[in-house]
Design a protein around this ligand. Structure first.
Ligand code: ADE
Length: 262
């Protein structure tokens, strides 16, 4: 029996996390003992009668800021229960979460501790001194870190060995090769006049593989020109590649905006 991959979520809405992880892949992973999700209620670390976790911002302005004391105490407790766990603060001001980060987190058996902010934000001293990383799931503002923590949790959990069952399907996915995934089809071959590309019905595995590579590249160019140009840079920077070899669909170059070291 392997030790489950540990994830602790530090939050003022633990129920939101507990309910969401009970379903689908994460629910099955927990039931199979491959994943363990714990929650820590920040309010339990407030010291006043009202269990206050927020306060007005210094310098004025709208909204409230999460106070440092209860959050720091909650993080400390999480670290003690999960030694070596990487503490990740979810915040709209963090570096962008991506598949590479998910891979890095999943590869560390010490797991992650996800800290959810609320209100107008979290006292900056928490971000600076009490967490290892500040991560955003995209350039938009959520009302709290919980939906972001669930996104990170899901992306990481499915990369934990054994969770998907069919690890082969991982290698085919969007972002695993630095490109989006090729389009997928299932029966019927003709749906309301829209036909499945003929090559996929041919049974010719080599032709299917070639079509998928090309379709993945085209889809990436159309949907995500930013990713496509990084992959093409990799190709252009390898002048000694014989012209007959297929396009290397390897990972794109490290990109500082994805939180990677150049
Ligand atoms: N909290 C508020 N907005 C967020 C975002 N975009 N990503 C992560 N946490 C957040």
């Amino acid at each position: 029996m392997t030790t489950p991959y540990p994830i602790t979520v530090v939050t003022i809405f633990p129920e939101m996390i507990r309910q969401a992880v009970g379903w689908s892949i994460t629910g099955r992973a927990i039931a199979a003992g491959l994943l363990e999700v714990r929650t820590i209620q920040v309010r339990d670390f407030a010291t006043d009668r009202h269990r206050t976790v927020d306060d007005v911002p210094y310098g004025g302005g709208p909204g409230m800021v999460m106070k440092p004391e209860p959050l720091a105490a909650a993080i400390r407790t999480a670290r003690e229960a999960q030694p070596g766990g990487r503490v990740v603060l979810l915040s709209a001001s963090g570096t962008t979460f991506c598949q590479e980060k998910a891979r890095r987190y999943a590869a560390d058996p010490a797991g992650v501790i996800l800290v959810c902010g609320h209100y107008e934000g979290v006292d900056e001293r928490i971000a600076e001194h009490y967490v290892d990383e500040e991560v955003s799931i995209g350039d938009y503002v959520l009302s709290g870190g919980e939906p972001a923590a669930l996104v990170v949790l899901d992306a990481v959990a499915r990369l934990v060995p054994g969770v998907l069952g069919n690890e082969g399907s991982l290698a085919e996915e969007s972002h695993e090769h630095g490109l989006l995934e090729h389009p997928q089809y299932t029966r019927p071959p003709d749906f309301e006049g829209h036909r499945v590309p003929e090559v996929l019905l041919s049974g010719n595995h080599q032709e299917v593989a070639r079509w998928r590579r090309e379709a993945a590249l085209q889809k990436t160019r159309r949907m995500r020109p930013d990713i496509a140009s990084r992959v093409i840079e990799v190709v252009v920077d390898r002048p000694r590649r014989p012209s007959s070899t297929p396009l290397p669909l390897g990972r794109p170059r490290p990109s500082p905006d994805r939180g990677e070291d150049p």
